[in-house]
Design a binder for this molecule. Structure first.
Ligand code: G3I
Length: 385
């Protein structure tokens, strides 16, 4: 009996201490917690603006001072067919940002994804000439950057052209159909610079913990600078996991990029906590095979469809604290941290790299409530460690 009482008291003490510890964490909006260090942004899904989702808008204004367009400033929205230009969704995004005093990023001008095939292919499927492909890029950037000049403060001019080994990828879109990527990257930046001399110009990339990939980005920055073409910053996307990358790799990349004399930004932060993808960023659609969505696989691949247990919630919170503390410790080198989505329910990670899963990659839950991870993150500046 005495043993049971002792166990109960220990449990109560632990819970009490845990509750007190949680209580001791202050609730400070993200943008205020890091006001002295860097801007804090969020990727905004088109539906939040088009449906005027007031609760989401209220949370965005309370927590963030910058926004990124999740999709509406991509070529498949702005120039969906050879004869159509559609700036309306992008204008709505820019108006939303201006109306709420938020810095509006432009994302992204040159990317192999969410860009219609006619930029590279003729109607019969044959590849357009190098001259035509180049002309299509220049025309797209001229029209788009000119239209949004003064409405967006910066552009992700080029997104994800570097391979994991550090050369240029050659598997999709611009990189697949154009021979000289050095030339095309320089053209993209010089065209953007010409059409909006006041906008900051960035290169943006994922898996920027892999130093061979960082080598390729270093090449791009040095090449542009040597040619006198402006590049103002590099985005580390930070689609990371519960178990990768290491703090050391994150620190090394931030230092290497900062030493190039450009702004360094965390541009698409989310943390995948589900099996298979929490160990590393899967790319491609291999896991979309219907066989893998059968119940015997989804029991393993999608274990938290009904909610996430306390201990896993704590793992997510601790990992977010570890990553954000690493970034905070490098705050003199970081100009912005953007989370790639407002809350768990709108995250692309629910459907990538495996469709129809319930993921928990952000700081706010599906009811827009602050998670443990939020409290541990916003208390980093005041917690000495
Ligand atoms: O617009 C169509 C809609 O008409 C259709 O009914 C629906 C169902 O198929 O699809 C809609 O398009 C989706 C699009 O997002 C707009 O919501 C695409 O299927 C979907 O694949 C696309 O996903 C986006 C993904 O980029 C595309 O690669 C994600 O929302 C977006 O978060 C993600 O963001 C990228 C960054 O731009 C660059 N860095 C990587 C990051 C993740 O891929």
């Amino acid at each position: 009996m005495k043993k049971k009482i002792a166990l109960f008291l220990t449990g109560a003490l632990f819970c009490g201490a845990e509750c007190l510890a949680q209580k001791a964490l202050k609730d400070i909006p993200l943008k205020d917690a890091f006001a002295k260090d860097f801007n804090v942004g969020v990727a905004v899904a088109q539906s939040i603006i088009s449906r005027n989702e007031t609760e989401s808008i209220k949370l965005i204004c309370e927590q963030f001072n910058a926004v990124s367009p999740e999709s509406v400033l991509k070529p498949e929205y702005i120039h969906p067919t050879p004869d159509r230009w559609n700036f309306q969704p992008g204008d709505a995004y820019c108006k939303f940002a201006a109306d709420h005093g938020l810095k509006a990023l432009g994302h992204t001008l040159m990317w192999h994804n969410q860009t219609p095939d006619f930029f590279w292919l003729n109607a019969d499927g044959s590849v357009k000439s190098q001259e035509q492909i180049k002309a299509n890029l220049v025309e797209y950037i001229e029209k788009t950057v000119t239209h949004f000049a003064g409405k967006v403060y910066a552009w992700d001019v080029v997104n994800e052209v570097v391979s994991e080994e550090g050369g240029y990828r050659n598997d999709k879109g611009w990189e697949k159909y154009y021979k000289d990527l050095d030339e095309l990257v320089c053209l993209a930046f010089s065209t953007a610079q010409r059409c909006d001399p006041n906008a900051e110009l960035y290169y943006n990339e994922y898996n920027m913990w892999r130093q061979s990939k960082v080598d390729g980005v270093v090449h791009i920055v040095k090449m542009l600078k040597e040619k006198g073409i402006r590049i103002d910053g590099v985005g580390i996307q930070a689609h990371w996991g519960l178990n990768y990358p290491s703090v050391k790799d994150i620190e090394t990349t931030i230092d290497r990029l900062y030493d190039l004399g450009v702004k360094v930004m965390i541009t698409e932060l989310d943390i995948d906590m589900l099996p298979f993808s929490k160990e590393g960023q899967m790319t491609g659609k291999a896991m979309y095979d219907p066989a893998l969505q059968r119940e015997e696989f989804m029991r393993y691949l999608n274990p938290y469809a009904q909610g996430v247990p306390e201990e896993v919630e704590q793992q997510i919170a601790d990992r977010y604290e570890e990553i954000m503390r690493t970034i905070y410790n490098k705050r003199d080198k970081i100009s912005r941290v953007t989370f790639w989505g407002l809350h768990d329910g709108v995250s692309w990670k629910n459907d990538y790299p495996i469709p129809n899963r319930t993921n928990y990659p952000l700081l706010f839950d599906r009811k827009l409530q602050k998670k443990k991870a939020y409290y541990q993150v916003v208390n980093i500046p005041s917690k000495k460690k």
